[in-house]
Design a protein around this ligand. Structure first.
Ligand code: GDP
Ligand code: MG
Ligand code: K
Length: 298
């Protein structure tokens, strides 16, 4: 046994769309956290586990800290902040291309009280000229006492290995928490629901807001036919949204189903039969007592 093994929990925070999920996926090499060009796609925490010879990194992709607009927002912010007090390292990701915004300041204000080491990761460096990087680093140095500032491109992997090496040196000596081949501790049903949600958001564009949820109502696998049967409900707030998702003669829902099924089949490595339908649940975001049913069980 190796007695210099390091292990720890790393929270990834940052404004929506800075590239947190892309980073996770690059490190883990599989589509686990859901990527999208729309903000707030990732609402639950996803633990991705990366194991190398002498270390294990347990990443927590937080739902994002931002000024809440409704009760669900409050819940999400609080959940993210609580996470920061339980981890060994905080990775705050910003976008090299977009300027510093109120959203970043909000997060930095929250970080003032965090005792754990905080890394600033400047992502999307493939989108800026190298000369722009140094002024950016000086700017952020003034904002908070970051332990390290590391520029990367999560998309093409530039400098990601360096970041992992620096992170490793900050992890405490500790045990291997998870088996080597484990990359997520989330049940498949959560990942399936996120893959479906991603397709809904993608195909409906701006017409359907993030106020949708996908609930997996059942999964049965048939040993003989090697087919997995999944029943899922897409929850919307208004009948008009239901109409958009179903589309003309059900065309939109069929397209969402087909695309989601392909991703789920890739993930699980078996044939899927996906039954999808749409339900209207008025104002569900503000009904806290329902949150548990939708998987927000913090
Ligand atoms: P999250 O909301 O922070 O999880 O952000 P995502 O990982 O979903 O990324 C949002 C968008 O930014 C996606 O379209 C990504 O492809 C894109 N993106 C992420 N990282 C990079 C990067 O390093 N370079 C570029 N050019 N785009 C990136
Ligand atoms: Mg994300
Ligand atoms: K996103």
């Amino acid at each position: 046994m190796n007695d210099n093994f390091r292990s720890g929990f790393i929270a990834i925070i940052g404004r929506p769309n800075v590239g947190k999920s892309t980073f996770m996926n690059h490190v883990l090499g599989q589509k686990i956290a859901i990527m999208s060009d729309k903000p707030q796609t990732t609402r639950n925490k996803i633990q991705g586990v990366f194991t190398k010879e002498n270390a294990q990194f347990v990443f927590i992709d937080t739902p994002g800290i931002h000024k809440p607009k409704h009760k669900l927002g409050d819940f999400m912010v609080q959940s993210s902040i609580n996470t920061l007090n339980e981890v060994d390292l905080v990775m705050f990701m910003v976008n090299a291309k977009e300027g510093f915004g109120k959203g970043d300041q909000f997060i930095i204000d929250k970080l003032q009280n965090v005792k754990q080491p905080i890394f600033l990761v400047i992502n999307k460096i493939d989108e800026v000229h190298p000369d722009e990087l140094l002024p950016l680093i000086s700017f952020y140095k003034e904002k908070l006492n970051f332990k390290e500032i590391v520029p990367i491109s999560a998309l093409n992997g530039n400098n990601v290995n360096h970041l992992l090496e620096v992170m490793e040196s900050y992890l405490p000596e500790g045990p291997q928490f998870y088996p080597e081949d484990q990359i997520t501790d989330h049940p498949e049903r959560f990942i399936i629901s996120e893959l479906i949600r991603e397709k809904v958001l993608h195909y409906t564009r701006e017409e359907v807001p993030h106020s949708i949820a996908v609930v997996i109502e059942g999964i049965q696998s048939d040993e003989e036919s090697k087919l997995i049967d999944v029943q899922a409900a897409i929850i919307v707030e208004r009948p008009s949204q239901k109409g958009i998702i179903i589309g003309k003669q059900g065309k939109m829902l069929r397209q969402i189903g087909t695309e989601a099924r392909k991703d789920i089949e890739n993930l699980l490595g078996s044939k899927i039969y996906l039954e999808l339908w749409v339900k209207v649940e008025k104002d569900w975001r503000n009904r806290m007592h329902q949150l548990r049913d939708f998987g927000y069980n913090e």
